[in-house]
Ligand binder design. Sequence first.
Ligand code: HEM
Length: 447
Amino acid sequence: MNSLPPGPKGSLIMGVMREFNRDTLGFIERLHREYGDVVRSRFLYVHAYFLYNPADIEALLTTNAKSFRKAQSLRSPFFRRLVGNGLVTSEGDFWRRQRRLAQPAFHRQRISSYGDIMVQYADRAIAKWRDGEHRDVAKDMTRLTLEIVVKTLFNSDVSNDADHVGATLSQIVKPFASQATLKWIADNRLPTPGHYRYFNAVREIDKIIYRIIAERRASGSDEGDLLSMLLQAQDEDGSQMSDAQLRDEVMTLFLAGHETTALALSWSWYLLATHPDAETKFHAELDEVLGGRAPQVSDLPKLKFTEMIAKETMRLYPPAYAVGREAIEDTEMGGYRVPRGTQLFAFQWVTHRDPRFFERPDEFLPERWASESIQTLPRYAYFPFGGGPRQCIGNYFAMMEVVLLLATIGQRFSFSLLNEHPVEVLPVLSLRPKNGIKVKLLQRAGN
Ligand code: HEM
């Protein structure tokens, strides 16, 4: 019988909970340094393995995926109230059916038709920006990507609600920032003021989502978008999705589809603002390929450096910094025994910066994505979108959006960081800049 992996003892009752919560990113890096590629730890009574080796991550997400389901953290009632049984959280046959239904809305060809909306919405947003103005570019990107996901997938406009929705969604994420791991385990329906605000905020967003669904049911029109597909989908017995089921899918895409993309953009602006050489190359590419006109989907193959910026940003600041699973049967991992019920996590944050796979791992070097050595990278040394059957359904959508928005905005403006606001990383549900990214806008000459 194989042995269990090494790992820290932690405290008698809490296990490693306190250290994990105090400095999540520092802690997961330290465990890798001290114990190696497979580490065992404990949160209260829950055992968790941390996987740092691409081969093991591949087994978790792809080759041995049938031995696992999504991690327990996604099943907390607290999180469930938010996303219900949508694509990110559902399992088994139900998930397979929903994924099959949603897939056509995310095919490359279909996604291409969203390009114009992305550019148009970005143009509209920056039309109000002025040279020298101070802004929080993270907030701007969040608002913009929210408007885009709602318009493209549900053909609905939330421009009037966008600030409200944005603010409400921030309320929702707040409780996850404190005592993060406790949320995985405890039932969080305790009536604290924070929870009260949380459930209120979820109700607020529900109202907007039910409005979008009701509008579409009333109009009865087939917009050819995701919402129409979900509305028309029928089981063999002819039954259709209830409003509550539709709500779960819409809420899931609301959340999964805009926050992550906004973060990829925000961290890109941050890295460009702090790396003038890369910024110069970026501007040169935009000037050469676009020469001042709006980008189109057909420009994407030529915006190579811009795409490398997006990839390199998601290497250093992966918006999803971890993926988690639970073993549904006794199995093994990296030669170690994995008892059923174990939670297993892989961390983009650590593996993307592993010097075994990336030279000068902590440096922002977009050019590395054109190098020869990148061709031999193990598949799961870089996995910003996860992998296997549960791979991000929106990966092309996201890459296209990031590149088109970088190009649209980067033609007109560059950003200089306001020093009095240092940018700190906050690993909540996703990897956020703690106090936003406060910048001064600089209008580019001739634009
Ligand atoms: C830079 C942007 C994005 C990043 C980094 C990202 C990352 C991820 C990751 C890592 C997963 C896998 C989670 C797991 O295996 O447990 C995932 C799943 C998912 N993502 Fe994304 N995502 C992004 C953008 C989007 C967009 C734009 C959409 C939709 C419009 C989207 C919708 C989803 C959905 C529905 C799933 C669940 C898929 C399934 O299990 O069938 N994501 N995403």
